[in-house]
Design a protein around this ligand. Structure first.
Ligand code: HEC
Ligand code: HEC
Length: 297
């Protein structure tokens, strides 16, 4: 049987010089309009590149209720498109958009480049990393290269899939089988155990039943395209390192993995999960937690 879930390759090619430069920019407030925020403020490396909040911070206080939950950047480059709505096709386009977005970093490029160009050491680093030196495009290319370095190939599940029969606990192995038997794998599959398909949130009824506080982003791709077929359609999230990235869902509405699994089983698969299966599934999800990547310096 061909495997629906594949291990992450142990080696990823990244340009170390560009990635190290991107890492520096990831912590740099000069990329924000008012100097108050930087990527790692929301994608905190000590928190699996998330922030632990239900919905993201926003520079615009009135917009905070409609923010998405902050996705992890671990293994982000293995997703087919970026953002909960699969809005951006490349990491470079995503970085450009977040820097310009008034609700996230609120910078304008002339201003950001002016601030960066005042730093001769940084300018020199850009010149050694890129033939055309410090440009807006190269800022996004360096950041994207850093993001491509954030790969975690050594979860227990990867070791198991590469042939180490003892890598999974009995409970996690039971969960791996349950994940297939239930059909979770029809959506969460491939090398990222998700991140390669779109799906409607709520196939068996609406998970929003009885909720009064829907915001446009809760409607998924519909909020981008206005097409009826896109209502509540999201990118199926990757489940890698999911035990580290609570709370769950695009709106952070599930506090624990158990809560999240109960909801997806009910609304994506139309079934309730007995306790024994729940324990196995949660153990399986924990087997997707991997040693964190070394940062390029
Ligand atoms: C104010 C908080 C905040 C800041 C600052 C921020 N992000 Fe994000 N980031 C988010 C949120 C919220 C999302 C989800 C947006 C969406 O799905 O449309 C996101 C999504 C992403 C994604 C897509 C992840 C995926 O799974 O597809 C990437 C990549 C990313 N951010 C990189 C960055 C980079 C690089 C920076 C700095 C240049 C940055 N972010 C700054 C909150 C933030
Ligand atoms: C029909 C497709 C589909 C199936 C089947 C499915 N899921 Fe999902 N899953 C999704 C989508 C879409 C989301 C994101 C929903 C949202 O955030 O609005 C999601 C979210 C999740 C999350 C939260 C991830 C996060 O980072 O927030 C977990 C955990 C999860 N699913 C586990 C499972 C498990 C376990 C099963 C089987 C019991 C399962 N899923 C079956 C589509 C599916």
């Amino acid at each position: 049987m061909p495997r629906a879930i594949a291990p992450i390759p142990l080696r990823t090619h990244v340009d170390r010089t560009r990635a190290a430069l991107g890492r520096r920019l990831f912590f740099d407030t000069r990329l924000s309009g008012d100097g108050s925020i930087f990527c790692a403020r929301c994608h905190d490396p000590t928190h699996a590149y998330t922030d632990g909040r239900r919905r993201s911070l926003s520079l615009v206080p009135e917009a905070s209720a409609r923010q998405f939950n902050v996705p992890t950047l671990l293994n982000v480059s293995l997703n087919f498109a970026f953002g909960w709505r699969a809005e951006h096709e490349t990491l470079e386009a995503q970085a450009r958009s977040v820097i310009e977005n008034p609700e996230h970093m609120g910078a304008d490029w002339p201003g950001a480049l002016h601030r960066l160009r005042a730093d001769p050491a940084l300018v020199a680093e850009f010149e050694s990393a890129f033939a055309d030196g410090l440009t807006a495009t190269n800022v996004t290319r360096a950041i994207a290269e850093f993001e491509r370095s954030l790969i975690t190939p050594n979860a227990a599940l990867d070791r198991y899939l590469r042939g180490d029969r003892n890598a999974l606990s009995e409970e996690a192995l039971c969960g791996y089988r349950t994940f297939h038997r239930y059909g979770c794998v029809s959506c969460h599959q491939g090398v990222n155990v998700g991140g390669n398909l779109l799906a409607r949130f709520g196939i068996f009824g609406s998970p929003y039943e009885g909720r009064e506080t829907l915001v446009p982003t809760d409607l998924g791709r519909y909020s981008l395209t206005g097409r009826e077929n896109d209502r509540r359609v999201f990118r199926v999230p990757s489940l890698r390192n999911v035990a580290l990235t609570a709370p769950y869902f695009h709106d952070g509405s599930a506090r624990t993995l158990e809560d999240a699994v109960r909801i997806v089983a009910r609304y994506q698969l139309g079934r309730e999960v007995p306790e024994k299966d729940m324990d196995c599934l949660v153990a399986f999800l924990h087997s997707l937690t991997a040693p964190q990547p070394e940062s390029p310096r």
